[in-house]
Design a protein around this ligand. Sequence first.
Ligand SMILES: *Cc1c(COP(=O)(O)O)cnc(C)c1O
Length: 432
Amino acid sequence: MGAALGLSAVPYSMQSQTRKPAILGGKRSFNGTWHGWPVFGTPEEQELLKVLHSGQWCRLGSPTAPRFEDDFRKMTGSGHALATSSGTTALYTMLGALDIGPGDEVILPPYTFIATYNVIVQNYALPIFVDTDIESFQIDATKIEAAITPATKVLMPVHIGGSPFDIDTVMKVASKYNLPVIEDACQAHFAEWKGKKVGNYGMGGAFSFQGSKNLNSGEGGAIITNNKDFYNKCYSFHHQGQGSDAASLEPGSGTRASNLRLTEFQAAILLAQMTRIPEQVEQRTENADYLTEMLSEIPGIKPAKLYKGTTRSAYHLYMFRYDKKAFAGMDRSKFIEALSAEGIPCSMGYGTLTKDTYVKNLAQNKHYLQVYGEKRMKQWLEQLSCPMNDKLCEEEALWFYQTMLLGSKSDMEMIAEAIKKISREAKAISKL
Ligand SMILES: *Cc1c(COP(=O)(O)O)cnc(C)c1O
């Protein structure tokens, strides 16, 4: 009744214009501009110029990367932080520090960015996929134990979308089999499980500062760990096998290494970006919670479940599921098209990694055939099946990007209104 009274002030023709989906010729729900990315200004300029004029552009013997590491360590509540050239090299460094190599198996989820897979293959280890929990989009931690063999050396689950995987269940199986856990937290800056920041639960956590990530220096990454010995091994691996005292160049304890160092310029940008983090984290959380409240009421829309221990998601992605049965059988791609007509960008997200030709070709790689044999690689190919992940990727998953969550409360209301409009006229839209 209240709603009807409110609308009665608007002429009927206009009501139908605003109620009609844009894809059917109605007015767009969103006419503004979405929040821009990256966010920067005077602090970034000042820090960058300081590095430029100092002439100290490499981190060795320089102050900026260590200053950033100190900030990042404090903000994650961790014992040690090591900056790296990317999120991929943060993961690669940790696998190197654990001396993962040919013959070893590493467990990972299929619902992830392909870098998680690539760092395993870079070491000629065998990637073993554990299917997805379709409700959370995270690795199904209850299925990890069945994938463990005597060759398993590391568990590498991912906090996908910036939401924690079921850390308690993962840590329980890891301790039962005495396996180190590497947390791929490349999307999960400052996410929390039971009040503690992710990346602190495993042997180490990896973060990415690539341009799309919640903390951005174009390219860049970091490792956090609470194990001093592991930190030293990581430092050594990322610095040509040398010790952490750059002046004395004491050899590290490993036998393989590379140059995976962050530059002082990247560290300068990160230092400035860090000052913006607390406010951005609050903003995303507030908007995501509000969006979840509104979207949960729409039939056929299911925001990704957060596990009970989650005290904060980083919301790098706002992930939700779409059930076309509740939308008169409208295909997911048509739903995206209808949302796009409303001025709201939305993505289907990741493809099915385990069906990717690039991944399947591994069974033909000459080095893999040499190390594991033809029989094992054929078996590996057959074990790639992840039916829940297939269903999620091929039919249900949808994402909004983190930058949209930096907008206003009314931006969130417009997203929900647009989906409601599409839902009301689903039959007509699906016939288009
Ligand atoms: C971005 C990302 C990476 C890799 O980070 P880069 O900095 O791009 O190398 C690894 N894993 C996940 C889950 C990511 O999202």
